[in-house]
Ligand binder design. Structure first.
Ligand SMILES: [Fe+2]
Ligand SMILES: [Fe+2]
Length: 182
């Protein structure tokens, strides 16, 4: 089932302005690493990672993509006869992955997926820079500031120490490269 969901998501990622494939694959990668380290349900983490941004990828809609995405994931997983209890776990992971404070990650799996989502940004400096420079047309100084803020926010979204451990060298390097004054 994971393979089918993976192919469906990768198909949706094709021909989009943003490199969704790189983002989602990175979220899956970190979800699996953290699930293993923390003895969490790796299947729930992986499925949630593949599906977490489905609405943004498919419909280009950012607002409430975590809420609508969680409902879409339920529909997809029900079609695959996935166990009800596990569907609820995936739903919780997806609805809590964004920074909307109405929905706070409670399960370890949800903390893993939210952290993996933030971790993926640390793999993706050039894509984010491209977004700020080219698509938002910011100046060099604005771009530097926007990126530093973005990475500070991502750092705060790392809810578990194991995730901070993975991101730390990259965060330090990014701050150094972007010239943050200490
Ligand atoms: Fe998202
Ligand atoms: Fe995401």
């Amino acid at each position: 089932m994971i393979e089918e969901i993976k192919s469906m998501i990768l198909e949706l990622c094709k021909d989009k302005e943003w490199d969704w494939k790189a983002h989602v694959e990175s979220v899956v990668k970190y979800s699996k690493i953290l699930a293993k380290q923390l003895n969490a349900d790796d299947e729930v983490c992986e499925l949630s990672a593949w599906l977490h941004d489905i609405i943004k990828i498919r419909d280009g809609k950012r607002d409430l993509h975590h809420v609508n995405g969680s409902e879409e994931a339920v529909k997809i997983l029900e079609k695959h006869d996935y166990p009800k209890e596990k569907i609820q776990q995936v739903k919780h992971c997806i609805i809590t992955h964004s920074s909307d404070e109405t929905y706070i990650p409670e399960s370890i799996e949800a903390k893993i997926v939210a952290s993996a989502d933030a971790l993926s940004h640390f793999d993706n400096l050039l894509a984010l820079a491209h977004y700020v420079f080219v698509l938002k047309k910011e100046s060099v100084n604005q771009c530097r500031e926007t990126l530093l803020k973005k990475y500070e926010k991502s750092w705060k979204k790392l809810l578990i120490p194991e995730a901070k451990e993975i991101a730390k060298p990259k965060y330090e390097a990014i701050k150094l490269i972007l010239g943050e004054q200490n």
